[in-house]
Unconditional design. Structure first.
Length: 107
């Protein structure tokens, strides 16, 4: 979309690549790695239940990163922090997302 291209053009190459990976689901998370036959399982390695490690789980739900998520999202964006589309579509939440990803060391 036009808005997406505007946001991407203002990011560094590294951050625009991460943002595109998150939007498309072609990320270094097990759901995609399993799909391209680079992993034997699509399950999140941090969760005891059989939860698929996908973008939504990584950003919003994984208990392994719960404290990091709340440090980067709950206070600045209380009302919209659970909307992944909002986070990926607006410059301010994206800044927090990149800090969160850096803190998790997953990308």
């Amino acid at each position: 979309s036009k808005n997406y291209m505007k946001i991407i053009s203002s990011l560094s190459h590294c951050n625009s690549a991460i943002c595109t990976q998150l939007w498309t689901g072609h990320s270094p998370l097990n759901q995609h790695l399993f799909h391209i036959k680079c992993m034997e399982s699509l399950v999140c390695p941090n969760c005891s239940s059989l939860v698929v490690e996908m973008v939504r789980h990584f950003v919003l739900e994984c208990p392994q990163y719960h404290h990091k998520y709340h440090a980067h999202f709950t206070y600045p964006f209380k009302h919209k922090a659970e909307l992944l589309t909002h986070i990926l579509s607006h410059p301010d939440p994206l800044k927090h997302l990149f800090r969160y990803i850096n803190a998790t060391k997953c990308f």
